[in-house]
Design a protein around this ligand. Structure first.
Ligand code: F6R
Length: 368
């Protein structure tokens, strides 16, 4: 990291046992995000240029389908691009593909492992409906079947926890969708990395400071509640999911302004053991600022603890990346403060094994 601080120094800033606990190096994954992103931009630009895909002008939109760690990059690209492209960016996290999705959409099926049932079913549905589909994966059934059928695949490097593959997934999806969306997404990401390099110290200091505050709140039985708004939904949602998977505690996500029309009533009731984080960016409109100000006043009156997590870049792409890095650092440091190894996600693995024994969905079998 910047200012010559080593990863060991960072671990000792968190806690004496932190380095030992993080035996699979989740913190290094998070801090290396700009480096991985920079390498991936070059790699996937080239990989995509070798694919045979329909003319981008034939598409009226893209559909990005994936679950968990394989979903977040789609949300990131929607935050980054949806108000600047005339083409639709549709995100899917279901086993069903809406009827209106047809051959005028580019379907990007994203599963880091290549074995996630939801994404395999979407891929199959795409094939059956003759929708042009590209797989983004490190292997599994998704890679094997795509290759067998001669369908395009972007191969990710193996052996990374899916949520830590965010830079690889983001660059791969950006490389695939840029020409359809009519935006230079890879160029924007490249410039964002340069801008981010100047802010690395604040990413770390803001992240560690917030992890200590949340640690103390969690010890007082307060559950993190993360509030975000467009175009910064991806860091807010990423924050919630990273607290779940890295810190292994409950955390919930709410989207402004919608929460002001329902959830806001909960602060009058008896169940309010939450600590709130607002995820905020430079493009915050006045109408959002006023809504957050109202909530802050409400929280002050009700003794609800709340914090603001700000991005600190000029451009949106850098803001999103810096917020995501901060959220990742908070969730990992929080795990280490709680005495938890951030990497394993045993219950998710158990669920997948259970589903395999109960349902045993196989893409191979379906296409034969
Ligand atoms: C694990 C993780 C999970 C997975 C999800 C889908 O690090 O982040 O959220 O991403 O279970 O699996 P994949 O990504 O393999 O399709």
């Amino acid at each position: 990291m910047g200012a010559g601080i080593s990863i060991d120094d960072i671990y000792s800033l968190v806690s004496p046992k932190a380095k030992l606990l993080d035996s699979s190096g989740m913190l290094l994954h998070a801090l290396s995000m700009p480096k991985y992103l920079s390498e991936s931009i070059v790699r996937y630009k080239e990989d995509v240029s070798k694919l045979t895909l329909p003319d981008p002008s034939t598409f009226d939109g893209v559909v990005i389908s994936g679950m968990g760690g394989s979903f977040i990059s789609g949300l990131f690209l929607q935050d980054l691009a949806s108000d600047r492209s005339s083409k639709a960016i549709i995100l899917n996290r279901d086993v069903r593909l809406p009827r209106f999705i047809d051959e005028k959409k580019l379907l990007v099926a994203v599963s880091y492992s290549g074995n996630t049932e939801e994404t395999l079913r979407i891929y199959l549905e795409g094939l059956r409906r003759n929708i042009p589909v590209v797989a983004v994966t490190s292997g599994g059934e998704l890679a094997a079947v795509s290759e067998k059928l001669g369908k395009p695949v972007i191969r990710l490097p193996p052996g990374i926890p899916p949520r830590a593959a965010f830079p690889h997934l983001t660059a791969a999806i950006a490389a695939l969708t840029s020409s359809v969306l009519g935006l230079d997404l890879l160029g924007e990401l490249r410039r964002a990395i340069d801008e981010l390099a100047k802010r690395e110290d604040s990413v770390l200091s803001d992240g560690l400071a917030l992890s200590r505050l949340l640690f103390s709140d969690v010890q007082n039985n307060l559950t993190p509640l993360i509030y975000g708004y467009s175009p910064y939904l991806s860091p807010a949602y990423r924050f919630k999911t990273q607290i779940n998977e890295n810190s292994k505690i409950h955390a919930f996500f709410g989207e402004l302004p919608e929460v002001n029309h329902n959830e806001i009533m909960g602060w009058n009731g008896v169940l309010k053991s939450f600590t709130v984080v607002f995820v905020r960016g430079r493009e915050e409109p006045k109408y959002m600022e006023a809504r957050i100000e109202f909530l802050e006043n409400l929280f002050d009156k009700n003794n609800i603890r709340f914090y603001n997590l700000h991005g600190n870049c000029e451009k949106r792409a850098c803001e999103l990346l810096s917020l995501i890095m901060k959220a990742d650092v908070v969730s990992i440091a929080l795990a280490l403060l709680l005495g938890v190894d951030p990497t394993p996600v045993d219950t998710i693995t158990q669920l997948k094994k259970f589903l395999d024994s109960k349902i045993g969905f196989s893409l191979h079998r379906e296409i034969n």
